[in-house]
Design a protein around this ligand. Structure first.
Ligand SMILES: *[C@@H]1O[C@H](CO)[C@@H](O)[C@H](O)[C@H]1NC(C)=O
Ligand SMILES: *[C@@H]1O[C@H](CO)[C@@H](O)[C@H](O)[C@H]1NC(C)=O
Ligand SMILES: *[C@@H]1O[C@H](CO)[C@@H](O)[C@H](O)[C@H]1NC(C)=O
Ligand SMILES: *[C@@H]1O[C@H](CO)[C@@H](O)[C@H](O)[C@H]1NC(C)=O
Ligand SMILES: *[C@@H]1O[C@H](CO)[C@@H](O)[C@H](O)[C@H]1NC(C)=O
Ligand SMILES: *[C@@H]1O[C@H](CO)[C@@H](O)[C@H](O)[C@H]1NC(C)=O
Ligand SMILES: *[C@@H]1O[C@H](CO)[C@@H](O)[C@H](O)[C@H]1NC(C)=O
Ligand SMILES: *[C@@H]1O[C@H](CO)[C@@H](O)[C@H](O)[C@H]1NC(C)=O
Ligand SMILES: *[C@@H]1O[C@H](CO)[C@@H](O)[C@H](O)[C@H]1NC(C)=O
Ligand SMILES: *[C@@H]1O[C@H](CO)[C@@H](O)[C@H](O)[C@H]1NC(C)=O
Length: 545
């Protein structure tokens, strides 16, 4: 076989220049010329002359470097500042002090202060259930009470919590005369019903409570409840629809966190309003607004308001401060139906509508035979770290097994990448934020997660394996051997990095991420990996009836 045989079936790419043109057509986003100019500036380095679909020939060991088509997942922040580098979900600025798992709950509370650090330390440990209980309860709730007059007697009937603290979020649902003042970060509410509990709440409206590094990047709001509207500031702008106030700070612009911390919680909070809701955004973040414009447009029919800059008081009859999130501390990318009127299936259906995706479930074999269509496998490329060094070989092996192979790097253009992912039956990628794109896969499709060396089992399970099951996807995993990691070449077999990753991991999250997440690339041993490809192919054939 010659090098020319190493031809990818299709390489999909949408250039930002095309996307720019499309965006200019969207009225809602052209209101401000400054806004568009800012985006052009931000995305300029990624303007690409490539047509939407190109075919490339690759030399044997080119890896996927040549396929670096569009923007990577990395946030813009990581390029302009050294303080907000979070190139992947795990590149975080956090303390490195040792954690003593055997210590008591007070200590746990402290260490949860840097949650992703905990994620690494506990990656091979089952956290004792009792220690989690305190983060899984509703405490300090302010309850509203309806006053009911029966037989001349006043009775109080509990309606629902107004404000509550949950493991991962704090949220107030205010009804009455609610006034929002952006500059002072205050929400004043004259509540229509009597209530009991704390009347002053300090809330950071971002659904990753407990993670200090994330929450440090979230503006704090004060919610003051009263029964008397006399003391409220004068309304300058009256709104006829409810509002939801949430933050685009935290770990935004990391694809994994965009979905698990913002998009999913926003969906479960906003969907019930059926578009008739005003979004109030704190922590201005235009790249995020642009990235998720389809989601925002599908959830709200109104132009969002950057509330931080508003000196005029905005008035509403209902305001939700903060976003819903189920109380299970370590459950990511999921909706727990016992805490929401929506399920993950609803969410995925919503995404398909928002992005005009047609593929709800993988095609049956019958259809495939009729159309002589080979199942498509998407190889998720990564540009900098945890990159495949032999993507060409992987693609060739997959084609021999029977797949049509598509290789692409997750791009900042969610709409076009969603189409690419949705057109595939299998998605293959190394552990990383790009795998979050599984949300766009059709049901019954398969995900293959490749685990680098370093002890990724816990993260892999929490971040992608468990979530994939909640999305009705098949899950396969391939853990590379030391020989398949570029760390072996770099450090040698006897180095602790290769010999005892858990010892390195125990030295703290920063150490773990800088070695195993940043310095590592992957050369898949095709012979060892092939059974996984075969298994994926069989899964797709088997389920077809
Ligand atoms: C990075 O941090 C250093 C101090 O730690 C500072 O002097 C430098 O200006 C920073 N660079 C950027 C791009 O913010
Ligand atoms: C980085 O952020 C921390 C707190 O988040 C701050 O104390 C520090 O001054 C910042 N450093 C730079 C270089 O901006
Ligand atoms: C984050 O990763 C980049 C490389 O991707 C590295 O240069 C940077 O130092 C890391 N930041 C932190 C805080 O570890
Ligand atoms: C962890 O805690 C145990 C008991 O409290 C103590 O004996 C041990 O020295 C601690 N280890 C570290 C590394 O702090
Ligand atoms: C928890 O740990 C702290 C310090 O590690 C200690 O002072 C405190 O007494 C402990 N509390 C309980 C209930 O064990
Ligand atoms: C959290 O609460 C839910 C519902 O009460 C329960 O099903 C779950 O087991 C709890 N989780 C933990 C870790 O206690
Ligand atoms: C409210 O929180 C405080 C401290 O955060 C705690 O002492 C108090 O017991 C809580 N109240 C309830 C009802 O849980
Ligand atoms: C009310 O909540 C605030 C913080 O949200 C807290 O500082 C205060 O102690 C609470 N008051 C009562 C009576 O629980
Ligand atoms: C807003 O509504 C209040 C009464 O609900 C009214 O007093 C006020 O004048 C209105 N403000 C504007 C700007 O329309
Ligand atoms: C990993 O691969 C990427 C893309 O080919 C390359 O830019 C990077 O330098 C490699 N990193 C290491 C540690 O080899």
């Amino acid at each position: 076989m010659t090098e020319k045989d190493l031809l990818y079936d299709t390489i999909l790419a949408r250039s930002f220049s095309r996307n720019e043109q499309k965006r200019l057509g969207y009225g809602a986003f052209t209101a401000s010329l400054l806004f568009v100019l800012t985006l052009c500036t931000v995305f300029k380095p990624y303007l690409s002359p490539l047509p939407p679909i190109v075919e490339l020939q690759l030399p044997v060991n080119a890896g996927l470097r040549m396929l670096r088509i569009t923007e990577t997942q990395e946030p813009q922040a990581s390029r302009s500042s050294n303080n907000t580098t979070y190139g992947d979900s795990e590149n975080l600025t956090i303390p490195t002090d040792q954690i003593n798992i055997t210590s008591n709950a007070t200590t746990l509370q402290k260490l949860i202060s840097s949650e992703d650090h905990v994620r690494s330390v506990f990656k091979n440990t089952n956290l004792p259930k009792s220690r989690l209980d305190s983060f899984n309860s509703t405490t300090n709730t302010t309850i509203s009470k309806e006053q009911v007059i029966t037989d001349g007697n006043k009775m109080e009937k509990t309606i629902k919590p107004i404000c509550k603290k949950l493991a991962r979020t704090e949220i107030c649902e205010l009804s009455g005369d609610v006034r929002v003042h952006g500059k002072s970060a205050t929400v004043h509410a004259a509540i229509a019903f009597a209530f009991s509990g704390n009347s002053t709440w300090h809330i950071k409206p971002y659904a990753r409570k407990g993670d200090v590094a994330a929450m440090d990047r979230v503006r704090e709001w004060t919610v003051k409840l009263t029964q008397n509207a006399d003391f409220l500031s004068r309304c300058v702008r009256n709104h006829s629809v409810p509002a939801i106030l949430f933050s685009l700070g935290g770990y935004s612009m990391n694809n994994f966190h965009d979905f698990t911390d913002i998009v999913i919680p926003l969906y479960t909070t906003a969907r019930r309003f059926d578009g008739e809701v005003q979004f109030l955004v704190t922590n201005r973040n235009q790249p995020w607004i642009n990235k998720f414009k389809e989601v925002l447009r599908s959830l709200s029919s109104y132009d969002l308001i950057y509330i931080d800059e508003e000196d005029e008081t905005h008035c509403f009859a209902t305001v939700v401060v903060g976003l819903n999130r189920h109380p299970e501390y370590y459950k990511e990318l999921t909706i727990d139906p016992s805490y929401s009127e929506y399920s993950m299936s609803d969410f995925r259906r919503f995404l398909r509508d928002a992005y005009s995706l047609r593929n709800a479930a993988v095609k049956t074999r019958k259809n495939q035979l009729r159309r002589r269509r080979r199942p498509r496998m998407l190889i998720l490329a990564r540009g900098r770290s945890r990159a495949f060094t032999n993507a060409g070989e992987i693609a060739r092996a997959a084609r021999r097994v029977g797949f049509k192979v598509v290789a692409a790097e997750a791009s900042g253009d969610v709409a076009s990448f969603a189409q690419t992912v949705n057109s595939c039956e299998v998605m293959l990628g190394v552990h990383g934020a790009g795998l979050t794109n599984m949300v766009f896969l059709p049901e019954k499709a398969a995900v293959i997660q490749i685990l680098p060396i370093g002890g990724f089992e816990w993260l892999a399970k929490t971040d992608f394996e468990e979530p994939s099951k909640g999305m009705d996807l098949r899950y396969l995993e391939y853990k590379i051997a030391a020989e398949e990691s570029t760390l072996l070449r770099r450090y040698g077999r006897d180095h602790e990095v290769v010999r005892d990753p858990s010892a390195v991991g125990r030295r703290g999250w920063e150490m773990f991420q800088s070695v195993y997440l940043v310095q590592q690339n992957v050369t898949v041993d095709i012979n060892r990996f092939k059974p996984v490809l075969v298994k994926a192919f069989e899964l797709l054939q088997m389920q077809s009836v």
